[in-house]
Design a protein around this ligand. Structure first.
Ligand code: ATP
Ligand code: MG
Length: 445
C-alpha cells in the first residue's frame, strides 16, 4: 500500500476522552472512530489488525478440530425464554421489537441458538463429538463502556460450543480449548495466563479466564512469579490425545494463578514470599464446562450406545477478538506509539522515502516495494512529500515492527537502513539484503 493513496487519519493531539494508552493510541493511529458510547467504526488500519487476529483465531480453532459456522446477531427472544435467561440476563441485553411486535434481541452470546441448531439436526451419539464456533459481533449494554474497544457495547467475539456424550468427553473438549487458546495468544505475541474463575451468568463449575498482565487491567490478579514464563512454544500437539492435552493443561494450571473472584489467601501464602505476585490483568478469553444446563432445558438429547436418550454435555468458550487489540497495545507500546508483534502487524514493514521526487531514491523505494510484494509481503510505502521527521513519527505511531529507510546519502554507498521498532536499532545493508532479512523474519509467522 502506498501511503499517499491510503486512508490513515492520524491525530496529532492526544484525544481527551481516552483514559488508557491503548485507547489513546488506537484513536491517534487512526484505527477506530467512536460512533456512540462503546460502538466503533473500524478504520482501515484497525480493521486490518482485527482481521489478522481473527485469522489466527480461526486457524487455531480449525487446528484443534473445531468447525466454523455463522449465526446471526439478532435472535428471537423465545429461544431465551426456553433456557430462562430472557428474564435473568437483565439490562445488559439489548431488546428489540420487530414490526410485528415480536420480541427480538441482539445476541450477547449464543448458547441458546447453538443448542437450537444442535437439537434440530443431531440425535445420536454417533454424531459426537462436535464443536462448532463462530466469530460474530455481540452486544452487551454495559453500564460503563470505557477504554475504547476494551469494554465496548458492540464487540467481536469468537464463541465456540462443544457437544459431547459424557462428562469425560466434555472435559476433554474443555482441555482442548485451553491448549488451543494458549497457542492462539502466543501466536499473537501475547502471554495470557489461564486463571481459575467464577462462572457468572453462563453457569457451570469448571471455568478458566485468560488474563494478559497489564497495569490498566480491570481484574485484580494473584499469581506465582513462575507462571508468566510458561510457554507452549512450537511443540506439536495431538488434540485427539486426551492424556497429552490434559498434561499440558496441568502444566499451565498447577501453579497458583487466580483473579480476585476466586483468590484464596491461605493457598496463596504457601507460595514462597518472593514469588507471590499481585497485579492487574485484562480478560481476553474464558472457557466453561457447564454440562447439561442448556441441553436439559431446551431438550437437546442424544441416543446413547445402549439406546437411552440423554441430554448432551456442553461447554462454551470465548475469545474477546476486538478486546485483544487493546490488550496487545497495552502490552506492546512505548512513548512514541504502538509496537506490533510480527504475528498481528497491519503491514509487515514500512518503507520511508527520505527524498520523494529524487529519481534515484524513488526508483530504489519502488524496487524494494515491488520486491517485498513479490515475496508475498504487505509493505506500507510512505511516498508522500513530507519531512523525514514527520514520516518517522507516523511509522513509530502506527507501530510497524520493521522500517526500511531510503535516502540519497545511503544510496550513494549502495545501502539502505533497516530499523527495528522495538529496539530502535538500525543496520545498514543493501536493498536486496534488507528485503531478504524481512522475508526471513516473517517466515516464522
Ligand atoms: P467481562 O468480565 O470483562 O465483562 P465477561 O466475563 O462478561 O467479560 P465472557 O462472557 O466471558 O465475558 O466473554 C468472552 C470474552 O469476550 C471475554 O473474555 C472478553 O475478552 C470479551 N468481552 C466480554 N465483554 C466484552 C466487552 N464489553 N467488550 C469487549 N470484549 C468483551
Ligand atoms: Mg468472562
Amino acid at each position: 500500500m502506498r501511503l499517499s493513496r491510503y486512508f490513515l487519519p492520524v491525530l496529532k493531539e492526544n484525544p481527551a476522552e481516552a483514559q488508557i494508552v491503548s485507547h489513546r493510541l488506537m484513536l491517534r493511529a487512526g484505527m477506530i472512530k467512536q460512533q456512540a458510547a462503546g460502538i466503533y467504526s473500524w478504520l482501515p488500519l484497525g480493521y486490518k489488525v482485527l482481521k489478522r487476529i481473527e485469522q489466527i483465531v480461526h486457524e487455531e480453532q480449525v487446528r484443534a478440530g473445531h468447525i466454523p459456522l455463522l449465526m446471526p446477531t439478532l435472535q428471537p427472544a423465545d429461544l431465551w425464554r426456553e433456557s430462562g435467561r430472557y428474564d435473568d440476563y437483565g439490562q445488559e441485553m439489548l431488546r428489540i421489537k420487530d414490526r410485528h411486535e415480536r420480541d427480538m434481541l441482539y445476541g450477547p452470546t449464543n448458547e441458546e441458538m447453538i443448542t437450537d441448531i444442535f437439537r434440530s439436526y443431531v440425535s445420536s451419539y454417533k454424531q459426537l463429538p462436535l464443536t462448532l464456533y463462530h466469530i460474530q459481533w455481540k452486544f452487551r449494554d454495559e453500564v460503563r463502556p470505557r477504554f475504547g474497544v476494551m469494554r465496548g457495547r458492540e464487540f467481536l467475539m469468537k464463541d465456540g460450543y462443544n457437544f459431547d456424550l459424557t462428562k469425560e468427553d466434555a472435559l476433554h473438549a474443555y482441555n482442548r480449548h485451553m491448549v488451543s487458546y494458549l497457542r492462539t495468544y502466543e501466536r499473537m505475541g501475547l502471554t495470557a495466563i489461564p486463571m481459575r474463575a467464577a462462572s457468572g451468568p453462563i453457569g457451570g463449575d469448571n471455568t478458566h479466564e485468560f488474563l494478559v498482565l497489564a497495569q490498566t487491567g480491570e481484574s485484580e490478579v494473584f499469581y506465582d512469579a513462575k507462571v508468566p514464563d510458561l510457554k507452549l512454544g512450537d511443540r506439536a500437539v495431538d488434540y485427539d490425545n486426551r492424556d497429552e492435552v490434559a498434561a499440558i493443561c496441568e502444566e499451565f494450571t498447577t501453579l497458583y494463578a487466580r483473579t480476585d473472584e476466586t483468590h484464596d489467601e491461605a493457598v496463596f501464602n504457601k507460595i514462597p514470599e518472593e514469588r507471590r505476585m499481585v497485579g492487574r490483568g485484562i480478560e481476553v478469553g474464558q472457557i466453561f464446562y457447564f454440562g447439561t444446563k442448556y441441553s436439559e432445558s431446551m431438550g437437546a438429547t442424544v441416543v446413547t450406545p445402549d439406546g437411552n436418550r440423554v441430554p448432551v454435555e456442553m461447554g462454551s468458550h470465548g475469545i474477546g477478538v476486538s478486546r485483544l487489540l487493546g490488550a496487545l497495545i497495552e502490552a506492546n507500546h512505548d512513548d512514541k506509539g504502538i509496537i506490533w508483534p510480527e504475528g498481528v502487524t497491519p503491514f509487515h514493514v514500512g518503507i520511508v522515502n527520505l527524498k520523494q521526487g529524487d529519481t534515484a531514491t524513488d526508483a530504489a523505494c519502488e524496487a524494494i516495494y515491488k520486491a517485498l510484494q513479490g515475496r508475498g509481503l504487505d509493505p506500507l510505502y510512505d511516498d508522500r512529500e513530507d519531512r523525514a521527521g514527520a514520516k518517522f513519527a507516523t511509522m513509530d505511531l502506527i507501530g510497524l515492527p520493521w522500517r526500511i529507510t531510503v535516502g540519497p546519502r545511503g544510496l550513494a554507498n549502495n545501502v539502505v537502513e533497516l530499523t527495528c521498532r522495538r529496539t530502535g536499532e538500525s543496520e545498514e545493508m543493501s536493498a536486496t539484503a534488507a528485503v531478504e532479512r524481512i522475508v526471513k523474519i516473517y517466515e516464522a509467522h
